[in-house]
Write a protein that binds this ligand. Structure first.
Ligand SMILES: [Zn+2]
Length: 219
């Protein structure tokens, strides 16, 4: 099975083959950050959208590694086989380190059941993944949230702290998806340590965090 770029229609057909084998109702309560993909004609398939953190060895590299748990992405059972990644609209493949996706033997016989795509968001990357197991998706997102986060002045070098770009478009999406949950999770000492690792440039004085676009960070 090739991992070449596929259209959403092709991917829908792949998922449909899996769903014909094992119809599955949507989970009544989805893990945080996971959503259903009924609207794409994919009942029983779930998605997650996130901006991965930089791993400990990745601070100075542009590549990011998507770390998958050793569980089948369709059912969560222990993985027995690896299948090639199912890709859609992958814009910058050289920046993603992921070739093999874990499946149990039963689901491996059906075909790939994991869909991944990425799009640039500033100097960072917005990732979207889809699979039939919402629990495995939540696990993947949790793993991708470990590590360091690019600061706003590195993710969007063209935006000043006062820019309207933080209230619309990619800047707003990045602030909401990537930065706010990360910064809100840090206490005072980790915040000081972070600003030591990623010193703010001129124009990003200590007061930036009080600006309206960032105001919810201090709540
Ligand atoms: Zn399975």
């Amino acid at each position: 099975m090739s991992s070449a770029m596929r259209s959403v229609a092709e991917i829908s057909r792949v998922f449909a083959r899996y769903l014909a084998l094992e119809p599955r109702a949507p989970a009544p309560e989805l893990p945080r950050g996971v959503f259903a993909l009924h609207h794409l004609g994919l009942p029983g398939v779930f998605g997650a959208r996130f901006v991965p953190c930089l791993g400990p060895e990745q601070r100075l590299r542009s590549t990011r590694e998507l770390v998958l748990p050793g569980r089948c992405v369709a059912c969560g059972a222990p993985a027995q086989e690896q299948l090639p990644l199912l890709r859609a609209r992958l814009l910058r493949p050289a920046q993603v380190l992921l070739e093999q996706v874990p499946h149990c033997r039963r689901h491996a016989a059906v075909g790939p059941t994991f869909w991944f795509e990425s799009t640039p968001i500033g100097a960072d990357q917005l990732w979207e993944i889809a699979a039939p197991s919402p629990e495995v998706l939540a696990d993947i997102v949790a793993r991708a949230s470990e590590g360091d986060r690019l600061p706003p002045w590195r993710a969007f070098p063209a935006l000043s702290p006062e820019s309207s770009g933080w209230r619309q478009g990619d800047g707003e999406a990045w602030l909401h998806i990537a930065w706010q949950p990360f910064w809100a999770s840090l206490g005072p000492e980790p915040r000081r340590a972070y600003l030591g690792r990623w010193p703010a440039p001129a124009g990003w004085g200590a007061a930036w965090i009080e600006l309206p676009a960032f105001a919810s960070l201090t709540a």
